[in-house]
Ligand binder design. Sequence first.
Ligand code: SF4
Ligand code: SF4
Length: 550
Amino acid sequence: MYITIDGQKLEFKKGETILQVALRSGIDIPHFCYHPALSIAGNCRICLVEVDNIPKLVIACATLAEKDMVVKTNTPKVIEAQNAIMEFILINHPLDCPICDEAGECKLQDYAYKYGKGYSRFDEEKVIKDKRVPIGPNVLFDAERCISCSRCIRYCDEISKSHELTFVNRGEKVTIETFPGKQLDNPYSMNVIEICPVGALTSRHFRFRARVWDMSFTYSICPGCARGCNTIIGVRNNEILRIEPRENLEVNQYWLCDYGRLNTYKFVNDVNLRIDSPKVLIEETSSEEKKQVDVDWKAAIEKAVSLLKEEDNNYLFIGSALSTLEDNYTLKKFANNILGINEIYYIPHIDESFGDDILRKSDKTPNSKGVELLGFKKISNKIIKELKEGKYNFLFILNEDISTLQNFSEFQPNIAKSIQLLSTINNYSNEADVLLPLSTYAEINGTYINFQNRIQRLRPAVTTIEQERLPGEFSLSRLDKFGAHNDRWSQGKKFNSRPGWKIIKQIAKEFNIEFEFENSEDVFIELCNSITILKGLDYDKIGNQGYKIK
Ligand code: SF4
Ligand code: SF4
């Protein structure tokens, strides 16, 4: 079945609306209240179009496409209607774009340029409504900016199913409110910030932190749980300011949970938590007490190698489901090929109370499928008992906190030596003989495999002192649409950390073994060639939407 829109003959499926067919075919019909994941409300009226043999204009979001229907989206009648709707919506709008967080990425602002007349005939007093209303722990509401599209209400009814919001009053007094005694407080509350097409619902965490045209944006993956939601990391002056959802219908649709959005970036910026220099443990001659001191990378690697070359080392290697395939593969290669260690363990992070039937998984690691594919074993009670009994005298830890192990404080493992590759300090990091600063997920290229066996890509959003950037790779910038590239990599605090694969390659080199990879993609291609179901994959094939492994 075919429909014609602006002279283009387009195929459609029964049940599709004119707007859906148009958007799918790259024809832009303006819309505020329509959202592909929500029910149709048809209340903003900006999507009016002309249909042959129908005397009045119809709204494209609620009119089903029909066989041989002829639709026009830019006739004088349609343009006049769009002008009128924009004038109506803007009558009471406060026009406070200069102090609005949404400015630069606001549908109302864009449509005012594209479909408005550029001036207002309204010179009466505007209706005054509440501003800066904290309607939940994470969201602020500005009633004057609201255009009553009802997207946020439908979201709470249909997606988070938490039913906190409703319209109250009528006409120009209409506004949204939470039900008495309720707040907009659910594990997915912050998605209303993006679905609100204007600046009426904004983030209490991002508020006034930056203008969006001063930021760079990078496609990434949330490391908060095994779902691996697709994200966009927003950065200014080398500091992450916000995480937004990125559409992936197979993984997270259009959403993120508030935990993932808020808890996966603050540690990246935190100078008090991050390990910013390699450290080695030395004995103070005066007190005979041991303490960690800062050294350069060369001295730290030499110390690590001298410890690794000592006789009678009995190793326990701990990889990490929080780290990429690339880092874990290199750890495995080092342990297997250089030290002859075949067993590598990882620590599961399961929290049954965290999982739900929307997005969140009770496995709070992004890559447990990945480490299992590499053959790593879950650390067992037997291993914990052996640690307690002192069976191992050398712990090699990649991105893990063994103080999270059950009953850690009771057993306090009696380990003679440890090398730890970590991004942030933890309860066991000050025991490390050599502590090597590891780049976070937001500073590296790499891959995770989510619970659906979908392999997905990380890209560096903030830069470290010694940054890897793959050829031709740039962070996205909203300014790109104006033809300018906004690259903020050179400003702001940079940490002295490195990706795990690179640190381990440097250690291997001191054993006169050269790992033949120069960048993370080389590591990835080598590891794929060693695992049958990954053979032939490269970063391009994974792309922006991930690649489902059979
Ligand atoms: S707050 Fe935003 S999403 Fe909610 S009704 Fe108003 S404009 Fe629409
Ligand atoms: S559901 Fe999991 S992956 Fe998605 S945003 Fe939340 S923590 Fe992150």
